[in-house]
Design a protein around this ligand. Structure first.
Ligand code: NAP
Ligand code: SF4
Length: 671
């Protein structure tokens, strides 16, 4: 059997899980829209895909504890009817599901938020109300009631969210708990809340109900818990009646990345491993685990009893089934980009997945077999064209995919050379494997002509983009490069560089130029040093007293834009701060509000605050945006041929792989 550790059953005493894979909690945004049949479809696809235990997105136990006003919850008995749709669908698909109870405390984005102390979090504008004794009792009672409602709604268990800096975690840390009553002060008092919650939940739900407690093993904030405290809490939680301990890493306000793509794979499993053997109940490890091989290695090596993966189940609902069938290379990889999942959540949009636009859209985006197979030409094997070709092929069309380059991938091939974006290799490999296994005719090194496309029933143009010409005087100088020369061509770059244009590509190019040698994403020790992470046994909370200690930058880089304000504002909601912090750590100077005058052999001459100054540089790299590459589309349209134009060839502004893949999939689903 492949993956014998990952696929081994887990005996919980009163019940047995079919394997060691837990689908971690994720907010989808579907629940708030009230369309619970879509919620049910989303979870039941994952249950059918073989995951051992699903944990739902966080459900509020009461209004003050919701992550935002109107957040999904299990507020009343009648809410249980909605939840019943989900549990029935999951059970019918052969799965098991636990409901996460999430009380946000001071992270609740609204004026009614409550906390142990009236201390505002740095990531929220709302000062919480300090709870009195009765207030604390009410919160406990509401959480216990939520658990009993969950049981009545057919859930196999609950997960009590005690990490990530939410309500319970706020009681545990002295930095956020300034109380002097029996709920604050000494650690024995600060840990009273989670213990009472678990004890009373167990008493109310009975012995045969899965009770997961998500424990913060490393808070990654100043004043975080020591590992001795965490271990003491873990033992007390076990004694209070928990069935499983799941791992939580870092608070939302922490300045250390915990799940971004630049975090090394399984980069936090060492913390879970520290707790192994110290409690008698199963431990789940999590964060940046995205392949069955990584999961298997962790379990075989004794890092945990079970692995949690969340985003990988957006990327591929059949993760476990494919692994079990020996088809691991068929699993669509989660590249940890956050672009369609967490970034959507924080923008109030329905979650999805960059590599799988069907995620959370199971009922409205379907790839049904066609009853009228057509001959379809797709021109351009970047993300948009690749996805369009694959979906069209899957539906039974006869597809030819033309690519002018000698390999597929388009812009993905540039992304994957950036330190911290190594996951893009996996995405290109996956597309390559999918094309190999399909019936698609792949025509590499061919720039398709209108004549070649004439016999096809449908023509999809996915020819991508060309770098925008910024028309700066002197840009033809030998020391001026385009981003494509640097990322694709391996052009020589001097020690002092000005990067012109601070969009996603300007940031990527800067990151590429300040690094030399091993990428920290592939070297955990280096990565921990870069971000100032220490063993919580030595440094409570896990923050090194020395702070971050990045390697010296390989070059001096100045990153500039014309817009006023800080460069990087338009980057991903949940990852932009990481890109900005990473460049700052490498002493990159970021300047906004400049006017470009000319390029000279000495550098870039700009107007800054009304003064003309030269930014000295040996090399200048132009990252000034992109324009659609439409020459083929225009030629065909002028000849009266109807074509479908997708991806960057359609709209280059704010282009990203998420939009390209989504557009390709939706078009091919409709042909
Ligand atoms: P972009 O985000 O549109 O940025 C273009 C940059 O060039 C801006 O800083 C813009 O700023 C400047 N610019 C635009 N026109 C100019 C002109 N005529 N002359 C001088 N400067 C000009 O485009 P991009 O960086 O090429 O990225 C393309 C897309 O790829 C992005 O939208 C992004 O979604 C995706 N991507 C994202 C990431 C990421 O999130 N890490 C990484 C790579 C790519 P001013 O106008 O202020 O000068
Ligand atoms: Fe993973 Fe990105 Fe998909 Fe989110 S959007 S699940 S991070 S691949």
């Amino acid at each position: 059997m492949p993956y014998p550790h990952m696929l081994a059953p887990l005996d919980l005493g009163f019940t047995t899980l079919k394997n060691r894979v837990l689908m971690g909690s994720m907010h989808t945004g579907l629940e708030e829209r009230g369309d619970w049949s879509r919620v049910a479809a989303y979870y039941s696809e994952r249950a059918a895909g073989g995951v051992g235990l699903i944990v739902t997105g966080g459900m509020a136990p009461n209004h003050e504890g919701g992550v935002f006003p109107g957040a999904a919850g299990i507020y009343t008995d009648s809410d249980s009817t909605n939840h019943r749709l989900v549990t029935d669908a999951v059970h019918d698909a052969g799965g098991r599901i636990a409901m996460q109870i999430l009380h946000a405390g001071r992270y609740a984005y609204g004026p009614d938020c409550v906390a142990p102390s009236a201390l505002k979090s740095p990531i929220s504008p709302f000062v919480p109300r300090e709870l009195d004794e009765d207030g604390i009792e009410k919160q406990i009672a509401d959480i216990v009631t939520a658990a009993t409602r969950a049981r009545d709604a057919g859930y196999d268990g609950v997960e009590i969210m005690g990490s990530e800096g939410y309500f319970i975690n706020q009681f545990l840390c002295a930095a956020t708990n300034h109380r002097s009553d029996r709920w604050g002060g000494a650690y024995a008092n600060r840990m009273r809340l989670p213990i009472e919650i678990v004890r009373r939940t167990r008493a109310a739900t009975g012995p045969d109900f899965i009770l997961i407690y998500r424990i913060s093993l490393i808070d990654l904030v100043p004043g975080g818990q020591s590992f001795a405290e965490v271990t003491r809490l873990a033992r007390a939680i076990e004694e209070a009646g928990a069935t499983i301990l799941n791992t939580g890493i870092g608070w939302h306000e922490s300045r250390v990345p915990t799940i971004a793509t630049s975090v090394p794979r399984a980069g936090w499993a060492w913390v879970t491993r520290k707790l192994m053997g110290k409690v008698g109940i199963p431990l789940v490890t999590s964060n940046r685990i995205n392949t069955p091989d990584v999961a298997e290695e962790l379990l075989a090596g004794g890092a945990a009893d079970m692995v949690s993966m969340a985003r990988p189940f957006l990327a591929d609902a059949d993760f476990v089934a494919k692994a079990a069938a020996g088809r691991a290379t068929d699993i669509a990889p989660c590249i940890a980009c956050n672009q369609a999942c967490l970034d959507h959540t924080f923008q109030g949009k329905i979650s999805s997945c960059l590599v799988n636009p069907r995620a959370c859209h199971e009922t409205e985006l379907t790839y049904t077999p066609t009853d009228r197979p057509k001959r379809i030409a797709v021109v351009g094997a970047g993300p948009a064209g690749l996805m369009a070709a694959l979906v069209a092929d899957q539906r039974g069309h006869d597809v030819t995919l033309y690519e002018a380059d000698s390999r597929i991938g388009g812009q993905l091939n540039m992304a994957r050379v950036i330190p911290g974006k190594e996951e893009f290799h996996g995405l290109v490999d996956w597309f390559t494997g999918q094309i190999d296994r399909s019936r698609i005719t792949l025509a590499l090194n061919i720039r398709a002509t209108p004549e070649q496309l004439a016999p096809f029933d449908e023509v999809i143009i996915a020819t991508g983009v060309t770098p925008r010409d910024p028309q700066i005087d002197g840009q033809d100088g030998p020391h001026v490069l385009r981003y494509t020369d640097v990322l694709r061509g391996g052009a020589q770059v001097g020690p002092r560089v000005v990067v012109v244009g601070a969009g996603g590509i300007g940031f990527d190019v800067s990151e590429f130029l300040v690094h030399a040698g091993q990428s920290p994403t592939e070297d955990l020790t280096l990565w921990k040093r870069e971000w100032g992470v220490d063993d919580p046994e030595r440094s409570p909370g896990g923050l090194a007293p020395t702070g971050p200690q990045p390697e010296a930058p390989a070059r001096t880089v100045v990153l500039v834009q014309r817009k006023r304000g800080k460069p990087g504002r338009g980057l991903g909601k949940t990852t932009g701060w990481i890109h900005r912090a990473a460049l700052k750590a490498k002493d990159v100077t970021m300047l906004g509000g400049l006017e470009y005058r000319r390029i000279t052999p000495d550098g870039l001459v700009v107007v800054q605050d009304g003064q003309e100054v030269t930014l000295p540089a040996d090399t200048i790299v132009l990252c000034t945006g992109q324009d659609p590459e439409r020459s083929l589309a225009d030629a065909l349209e002028q000849a009266g041929r109807a074509v479908h134009v997708i991806g960057g060839a359609d709209v280059a502004a704010e282009l990203d792989a998420k939009r390209a893949i989504d557009q390709g999939a939706r078009l091919a689903a409709s042909l």
